[in-house]
Design a protein around this ligand. Structure first.
Ligand code: FMN
Length: 175
């Protein structure tokens, strides 16, 4: 399966770098979710936490292709306050009826990825086909590359005949 779209939200650039690496490894297309209201400085960081705490759906801009044109959408997003980053929640809320199979990559300091995967499952009414997580450190020092390649290979070989692939299959050591 190679008709895969990678949708990334990134506040400080780490998730974007990981998504770019995944796309360069697999030859997939990447598209980005943007905040309507930029998150600058301490106030911006506070807003990230408030969005997470109240599970808010902040205003976003998505100018990528319709996700329903793809067989799989890979979501790449940071963890905030041990939860899914708000802009990715907004994307799921807006597109939930038009999403094909979903795979999830969380990027974090070290805690909260399972909560994000569980929330995505609740929002969509079905579990992601695959999920994994990387620490910021693994992205920064490049040690994420091998496991990311394995994740991409697993996404490629996933299809509807494999409903038993559990989100925990590719979880990181850090969670
Ligand atoms: C407001 C805020 C809250 C965060 N909360 C968590 C957290 O609960 N758990 C965690 O592991 N990392 C947390 N982080 C770290 C981010 O998940 C990590 O830096 C990630 O790489 C950021 O991705 P980005 O550069 O794509 O925005 C938080 C970062 C910010 C800015």
């Amino acid at each position: 399966m190679n008709n895969v779209l990678v949708v990334v939200y990134s506040h400080t650039g780490t998730s974007r770098r990981l998504a770019e690496l995944l796309c360069s490894q697999q030859g997939w297309r990447m598209t980005e979710i943007h905040d309507e209201e930029p998150r600058r400085g301490a106030v911006g960081s506070l807003r990230c936490l408030v969005d997470s705490f109240f599970r808010r759906r902040p205003a976003i801009r998505y100018e990528g292709p319709p996700p329903e044109r793809f067989d799989v959408v890979v979501l790449v997003s940071p963890i905030w306050g041990q939860r899914l980053a708000g802009p990715m929640r907004s994307f799921l809320d807006q597109k939930r009826d038009r999403l094909p199979n979903i795979a999830v990559v969380s990027v974090m300091g070290g805690r909260g990825a399972p909560n994000a995967v569980a929330e995505i499952g609740r929002l969509l009414g079905r579990s992601p086909t695959l999920a994994t997580a990387f620490t910021m450190r693994e992205v920064d020092d490049g040690s994420c590359a091998t496991r990311l390649q394995a994740f991409g290979t697993a996404v490629r070989s996933s299809d509807d005949s494999q409903p038993g692939v559990r989100p925990a299959t590719l979880s990181p050591q850090a969670t």
